[in-house]
Design a protein around this ligand. Sequence first.
Ligand SMILES: *Cc1c(COP(=O)(O)O)cnc(C)c1O
Length: 357
Amino acid sequence: MNKVHNFSAGPCILPQEVLQQASEAVINFNNLDLSLLEISHRSKDFVEVMENARNLVKELLGVPDGYQVLFLQGGASLGFLKAAYNFLPNGGKAAYINTGTWSSNAIKEAQKIGVVDVVASSEDKNFNYIPKGFGIPNDVNYLHFTSNNTIFGTQFKNFPISRIPIICDMSSDIFSKKINVADFDLIYAGAQKNMGPAGTTLYIVKESALGKTGNDIPSMLDFRTHIKKDSMFNTPPVFPIYVSMLTLQWLKKNGGVKWIEGVNQEKADTMYQEIDRNGLFKGVTAKEDRSTMNATFVLTNEDLKEEFDKMWNEAGISGIKGHRSVGGYRASMYNALPLESVKALTEVMAEFEKKFG
Ligand SMILES: *Cc1c(COP(=O)(O)O)cnc(C)c1O
């Protein structure tokens, strides 16, 4: 049982049994009488972890042949640059959809390599919706977008369709619902939202799309370097990869992405129903674009802030303070957060309304 209801936006909740297993491996891994942290990454025991983790990604997401799965360092924030280095020729042009802080950061990095055409943006309304009905030019090397806008709480319900290669930052909703990997040339995701601890970033890349830019890519930023060495070009972040493997095993054991998609929908429905029903709260984002992962909401009467904060704190709820660029509250409901935690929060909200509404 979780001691607290953990709604943290990232790093965030992991399954309790995963934390238990991870802690045991730190002391005695695979009955080697050695810690996972003090063995060679080239040892048979760790190579197996890496292979398991990569295979679980392939299995859970149905990754087709021709794609490579890598666990690298540097966070999704380095992924912004890696994406551009590997797919944007020096001086070339890429289309970006700007749906918030993370998209904006991705744009900044791509501008170091080539020209960015921002084909759609929701900046005019503080990123509270997903742009629709925009055109995608044909003379660009790729289209980049962020599937889930972690900070503002919006999410693409339908992915943009185009004949040009598509690159997606899925840091905060990967493994939360089914996706068709074949639609993308590159998917990347920092581990710490839905997969494991901070310290590794997942890349799923179409191998045949690489090597076409003519860029002189620094070795560590070149996906081909890591593909050649099975994601072991240099010392990989062994602990985050191990815990990611455990989390993916947990997901598989419980029914995989199809199962969690249903659970996530139920959690989101429960949360948004209460936000809409309760007169003391209102949602921040356009209803049709609401994220199943991060629900943002504010009080209709800011004077009651202290009272509400006291109530949820006393109910063992943690991590719902909103991001400074939105204010209010953000309930992050990643894969490992149980429905009971969402119910605990909505019950506090209902009780708050009874008292002060
Ligand atoms: C958290 C987050 C990032 C940043 O990830 P880091 O691993 O901290 O670099 C990027 N994109 C999205 C969508 C995120 O949620």
